[in-house]
Design a protein around this ligand. Structure first.
Ligand code: PG9
Length: 622
């Protein structure tokens, strides 16, 4: 019974986290045209990794290998009952490749011990020292030597955690590794899925981490806590009732979830995280690489952008391609990608990427077909058009400051006058600002484009907006928030949101396909949190001095968005964002060990004066 359960669950998650999409006609095609083999491939330290290999029945040709190394179980690929396509899209399936799926070390049917994100140990003391780079090397070497009719070229791809294993495959530096595509790759778990500038991503992780306990003796769980009875569909209510984060073990996990406890034990950026940051290792890479991400990826936006930027910087002579589309986590691998929530992208974006970018990239490097692809392909939201660039961010963009001014104004003109103006609000951890309008048990991914009017109407959310724009303004690149703040407590979280305000009904009585009335819609474009005590160093938290004006500067991830003429640019500032991030006690302490009585209501000030300017540094193309 358990095995069937295991199969059923892992297939569900697999479809979510990787590329497979249940598609009966493809499954029939697989059965008719491919033969499946299963192997336990020996690594250099003797451990064997379970590997499914699908080989075209037509043995008259030689085929490249496309490999996906995953912690999410290849059981569905290993079972006769498997339904679905093979490869990043069915274009690969029908074009003829050898497909390889491998359980990474220590997961499911592979031997060894699973350690989160072990990219490459700095020093291999003995030849048996292993990591994901050496496991990939040994796997590729074995495949090339043992799988009939391979053409000696291997491509590796994967989304999310498999995206990390794809980046780690580059560290194998195996001569047969001819192309790789890390997609929504986790790069630094601290800044990707676990924390955002030190604020803990509570709703995203609480229900998911049970999946990462042990290999064989763990009941599978659905994403969002399949083993838990939340007792409600309202995450805001559930997590308020949970109270302090440490109650999660007392009330639910009883210290049984290793990865969850790693988060609670490592709230600062310490060696635990540095050992798992693959970005430190991306040098001497020769393999052509396509990094793919989504502007609205709520999980690994940092990973996609920084994997590309690091690869490009460290390996100037290696072909490194970058695609960013208007997608959620993995959204490019399935469906049309023509809208998200209420926001319309003017047509399908996924099929274009899968055919003209992803399939063209691998076909070129694995089969020698033509490739007409610019280094950067980026979808410009707001005007819904694909743009190509030689570099990212585009060199044409120029840095400008967008100032928060008195009276809720926002302008490229710096504040004037001598009055040390500021706005203030009471930040109450017992009444945190919701991150969505409505209810959801997890990290509702539409939050990244959601209408922010529900928040703007709260007294603990500051809102600043430009006059109606008389021309289009494009932001292309990252955004830095530079706040000047003062608080009555000794710690605080700062959330900055960049919002596109649609024209009012007089000029915009547009309804979306879903029937949403977009007049005065306040669409989120980019947002980020910063736990104030980490403002100078994620590894060295510092208390605020009550009442002292203090700079808090932090990066919001890149955008390519045009605020059209007739729209406004809006910035909102707040100090709670629940339950997307955990609540700050607003007292300088280890919040993971805080008690329910430690949470204190405090008053926060955001300065808007010439002496203490708060602004966003943006990269503008006009
Ligand atoms: N990026 C997702 C994740 C992995 C591990 C821990 C937390 C999140 C994912 O692979 O779906």
């Amino acid at each position: 019974m358990k095995r069937i359960l295991l199969f059923a669950f892992s297939f569900t998650l697999l479809a979510f986290c990787s590329n497979a999409q249940p598609n009966n006609s493809d499954a029939e095609y697989v059965k008719a045209n491919y033969t499946k083999y299963e192997y336990q491939i020996p690594m250099r330290d003797g451990k064997k990794l379970f590997t499914s290999v699908y080989v075209p029945k037509d043995q008259s040709k030689k085929y490249p290998i496309m490999m996906d190394r995953t912690p999410y179980s290849v059981a569905p690929y290993g079972a006769d009952r498997y339904k679905g396509s093979l490869g990043p899209s069915s274009l690969f399936l029908h074009d003829g490749f050898i497909f390889v799926y491998q359980d990474v070390r220590g997961r499911w049917m592979s031997e060894g011990t699973f350690e989160e994100m072990t990219p490459e140990k700095e020093v291999h003391k003995t030849k048996n020292d292993v990591d994901e780079g050496t496991d990939t090397y040994d796997t590729i070497d074995w495949l090339i030597k043992n799988i009939k009719n391979n053409n000696g070229k291997v491509g590796v791809w994967g989304i999310s955690y498999p995206g990390f294993f794809t980046t780690a495959s580059l560290l194998s530096r195996h001569p047969a590794l001819a192309a790789a595509s890390p997609q929504a790759p986790m790069a630094d778990l601290y800044r990707d899925d676990a924390f955002h500038n030190g604020a803990f991503m509570l709703a995203a992780n609480f229900g998911f981490y049970p999946f990462f306990t042990n290999r064989q003796d763990d009941k599978p769980t659905q994403r969002q806590g399949g083993r838990l009875n939340y007792g409600t569909a309202d995450g805001y209510e559930f997590y308020m009732n949970m109270g302090a984060v440490k109650n999660s073990n007392d009330k639910y996990y009883k210290d049984t979830i290793r990865l969850w406890n790693e988060m609670l034990d490592h709230p600062d950026y310490d060696q635990h995280w540095k050992d798992r940051n693959v970005l430190y290792h991306l040098h001497d890479i020769k393999t052509p690489t396509l990094v793919t991400g989504g502007w609205y990826d709520a999980e690994d936006l940092y990973g996609a952008i920084n994997t590309y930027k690091t690869l490009k910087k460290e390996n100037p002579n290696t072909p490194i391609y970058f695609t960013m589309g208007p997608w959620v986590h993995g959204g490019w691998s399935r469906g049309d990608g023509d809208h998200l929530g209420d926001v319309d992208f003017g047509g399908p974006t996924g099929p274009f990427y899968r055919d003209k970018i992803e399939f063209a990239f691998f076909s070129h490097y694995l089969k020698g077909t033509e490739l007409d692809l610019k280094p950067v392909s980026a979808f410009e939201t707001g005007v819904n058009q694909w743009k190509t660039y030689n570099t990212w961010p585009p060199k044409e963009a120029e840095d400008k400051n967008l100032y928060l001014l008195p009276g809720g104004k926002l302008s490229f003109d710096a504040p004037a006058g001598d009055k040390d103006t500021f706005d203030e609000y009471t930040s109450d951890p017992d009444k945190p600002v919701p991150f969505i309008d409505g209810i959801d048990l997890g990290m509702k991914r539409e939050y990244m484009v959601g209408d922010q009017r529900f928040a703007a109407r709260r007294p603990d959310v500051l809102t600043y907006q430009t006059d109606v724009l008389d021309h289009d303004i494009t932001l292309a690149g990252n955004i830095w928030a530079n706040l000047k703040v003062a608080i009555t407590g000794t710690d605080a979280d700062w959330v900055v949101k960049v919002i596109d305000v649609y024209p009012d009904s007089a000029k915009n009585n547009k309804f979306t396909a879903k029937g949403t009335y977009m007049s005065n819609y306040e669409q989120m474009v980019r947002s980020e949190a910063m736990r104030g005590k980490f403002r100078n160093d994620f590894g060295k938290p510092e208390a605020f001095v009550p009442g002292q004006v203090t700079p808090v500067n932090f990066e919001l991830q890149d955008v390519l968005h045009t605020f059209k003429k007739g729209h406004r640019i809006m910035v909102q500032v707040q100090s709670t964002w629940f339950p997307l991030i955990d609540r700050n006690t607003q007292q300088f302490q280890d919040i993971m060990k805080a008690k329910d009585t430690d949470f204190k209501k405090e008053t926060h000030k955001v300065y808007t004066s010439k002496e203490h300017p708060s602004y966003l540094k943006v990269r503008v193309m006009e």
